[in-house]
Design a binder for this molecule. Structure first.
Ligand SMILES: C[S@@+](CC[C@H](N)C(=O)[O-])C[C@H]1O[C@@H](n2cnc3c(N)ncnc32)[C@H](O)[C@@H]1O
Length: 331
């Protein structure tokens, strides 16, 4: 079974933009891999999964996104390690959550997925976003966010993950489990009958291969590697409809890895194409946030961001002061 030693969860502490770490030669090679990466490939959902898959109860987990939105899923803990390809077995031998450029962590469900999944299913304005929309679950891993989008009425969902193995052995099964059971297919509102596509490979190659744009791009825990920011920004720029939204969720800071929300915001500021706001941040444990990212409108977009950012920063400062007061009072 897998053990994950990419310890971002245990980091805690104050959020700060960590400096990129000095890299060993082997790590540097891996970072270079992560710049080129695997070619994008479109994968077909096998016929047997279209009919709905049956998974032993003991191997299933349940995510309760809201009272009426449940997602059952399997992850790496449900599967023996020799079930996976060399890349993923290597990660296991290395006790790593991910091996940049080879295996990018999609077998584990990362906690920000649950943060965003809950808000998608509970907040009225998010629920509305998904009705008949086209959605990209970028760096989908288990595919939980894309599945929630289908349950909320999305008409088309593309699941993208770096590793083909993750898509074929986990994501597709989770999709089948939640959206292809006989009662889902016959449901009168047809809410779970979205058209779906699955793409493996690197974001750089995805941009060139997939022509369509999406109303919503969902992405969870994908900004830990600053080297990927130019690719991500290019992808957002080319694949998001002009009136669309990216819902990005992430740890505020990935200690010891380098990336995080503030660094990604800085990259967006330098790029100049997007405006963004913090839609949610957690107030305990490992700091995590949700950002809403939109294209600046050609007239007034810049102004909108300038108006929005000070408010955003002020709200965050106030929040930090409140947390400090609260903790000092009870210390
Ligand atoms: C830490 S995992 C998060 C998985 C999932 N979103 C979650 O929250 O549970 C990061 C994901 O980003 C994707 N990813 C990272 N770097 C990538 C790259 N260069 N090209 C394509 N996908 C990448 C991988 O597919 C991987 O599943």
């Amino acid at each position: 079974m897998f053990k994950f030693s990419f310890d971002v969860d245990g980091a805690g502490g104050t959020p700060s933009a960590a400096e990129p770490q000095q890299q060993e030669p082997e790590q540097e090679q891996m970072s270079q891999n992560s710049q080129q990466g695997y070619e994008c490939e479109k994968l077909e959902l096998p016929e047997n999964l279209r009919q709905g898959v049956v998974i032993e109860r003991d191997n299933l987990h349940v995510f309760v996104a809201s009272v009426d939105t449940l997602v059952e899923y399997i992850n790496c803990l449900s599967l023996p390690v020799d079930y996976f390809s060399d890349d993923i077995q290597l990660a296991e031998l290395d006790h790593s959550d991910l091996v940049p450029g080879m295996y990018e962590g999609g077998l584990k469900v990362w906690e920000c997925t649950f943060d965003l999944g809950e808000r998608m299913a509970e907040k009225a304005e998010y629920k509305k976003l998904f009705d008949k929309s086209t959605v990209l679950d970028l760096g989908c891993g288990s595919g939980i966010l894309g599945i929630v989008a289908i349950k909320l009425g999305a008409s088309k969902v593309a699941f993208q993950d770096y590793n083909k193995d993750v898509l074929e052995r986990v994501t597709m099964k989770n999709y089948s489990l939640n959206c292809c059971a006989a009662d889902d297919l016959q449901s009168s509102d047809q809410s779970d009958s979205a058209a779906v596509e699955f793409y493996s490979g690197d974001w750089g190659s995805f941009v060139d291969k997939v022509e369509r744009q999406f109303d919503v791009i969902l992405t969870s825990e994908t900004i830990y590697n600053t080297k990927n920011y130019p690719k991500l920004l290019k992808l957002f720029r080319e694949k998001l409809r002009p009136d669309g939204v990216v819902l990005l969720t992430s740890k505020t800071c990935y200690f010891g890895v380098g990336g995080g929300i503030r660094l990604f915001e800085k990259a967006m500021d330098e790029d100049g194409y997007f405006r963004y706001r913090t839609a949610w941040e957690c107030d305990s444990g490992v700091l995590r946030e949700i950002l809403e990212i939109r294209v600046k409108s050609s007239s007034g977009g810049q102004q909108q961001q300038q108006q929005q950012l000070p408010g955003n920063v002020a709200a965050r400062l106030l929040h930090r002061v409140w947390m400090l007061v609260k903790h000092t009072r009870y210390a």
